[in-house]
Design a protein around this ligand. Structure first.
Ligand SMILES: [Fe+2]
Ligand SMILES: [Fe+2]
Length: 315
């Protein structure tokens, strides 16, 4: 028998490049450049953390939902977000990331989550507005990720997007119901829209000129559109929806531009975005503290599972 020489690093790299070029998926068994692995782990972990931290703002209203129906819908939605987190932590694990290590990085502030979840939920209308705008923005971001070059991430995104569209619809339906209700309810919706509109636009990340990783992520087909392209798509999508609801988007500069075929909109307050990323948003400390407490409270479950696994191993 003749021994077959293992492929050289150059062969592996060429294979990786070809996979990307042909729009095929990179799978866990495949060799990938270190930079690709690091970028994917960072992106997937940040996404997973966002799903898990994102349970808190709305979770705040589960015990105070105005009816059994609204409570059941909200409960289902928040549980979906937990599921999204779990798929994504599993996808990160296929790249060699360790779940416990990712959790540790989240609660010690070494990895980020979406800045949107550092805003408070002040009324039940926030549940509707989060579904409509925040889950709506998440869909704009995530639909193109169903074609991301990393297979496990792309596949988890397909199921997540289906559930996100339910989230968006339940939010819109709640707002529509409130808008058909009393004057007080309509005011509550408008007030919530005023607070969430600008932070929703920030969900797409810094402007392209200020987003140093975008070019590499696009080349690796990890990302399919730039932050500004996705933000524009979201604005164009939201304007007719706001009109259907009968709410005003809080931007006096927002108007249709026939030359561009898009809506123009006002300047985003990037200073506020940066402050929140630095940890100085209204709820940063509270969100992390809550997550840390939940992690500590779950220590006995992890210990019991480990003891059970080692007993089974002995047998
Ligand atoms: Fe989600
Ligand atoms: Fe969602």
């Amino acid at each position: 028998m003749t021994a077959v020489a293992p492929p050289s690093e150059k062969d592996l790299e060429a294979h990786f490049e070809r996979t990307i070029e042909r729009d095929q998926r990179v799978e866990p068994r495949d060799w990938v450049p270190d930079g690709y692995r690091k970028t994917m782990i960072r992106q997937i972990a940040q996404h997973a953390h966002s799903e898990i931290i994102g349970m808190q703002p709305e979770g705040n209203w589960i015990t105070r939902a105005p009816s059994l129906r609204r409570k059941a819908i909200l409960l289902a939605k928040v549980q979906d977000e937990a599921g999204h987190g779990l798929y994504l932590y599993s996808a990160a694990a296929t790249l060699g990331a360790d779940r416990a290590d990712l959790t540790d990085k989240l609660i010690t502030g070494r990895q980020k989550y979406s800045s949107i979840f550092n805003y408070p939920t002040l009324s039940f209308a926030d549940v509707g507005v989060i579904g409509w705008l925040v889950d709506g923005a998440a869909i704009c971001n995530q639909v193109p990720l169903c074609r991301s070059s990393y297979g496990p991430y792309a596949r988890s995104m397909i199921r997540i997007c289906k559930e996100e569209s339910f989230h968006q619809r339940q939010g819109f339906e709640l707002l529509m119901t409130m808008m058909r209700g009393t004057g007080g309810q309509r005011e509550m919706v408008q007030e919530a829209v005023d607070r969430w509109w600008w932070p929703s636009l920030m969900m797409f990340g810094p402007p392209d000129a200020d987003s140093p990783n975008t070019a590499q992520s696009m080349a690796w087909k990890v990302k399919r559109h730039t932050n500004d392209e996705l933000r524009q798509r979201f604005v164009d999508m939201s304007v007719p929806q706001a009109a259907a609801l009968g709410v005003t988007l809080p931007d006096p500069e927002l108007r249709w531009n026939p030359d561009r075929g898009h809506h123009d909109f006002g300047a985003i307050d990037w200073a506020e975005f940066k402050e929140i990323l630095k940890g100085n948003g209204p709820c940063n400390a509270q969100r992390i503290e809550h997550r840390r407490r939940a992690h500590d409270d779950g220590a006995w479950v992890r210990e019991a599972a480990a003891a059970h696994a080692s007993k089974k191993g002995e047998k």
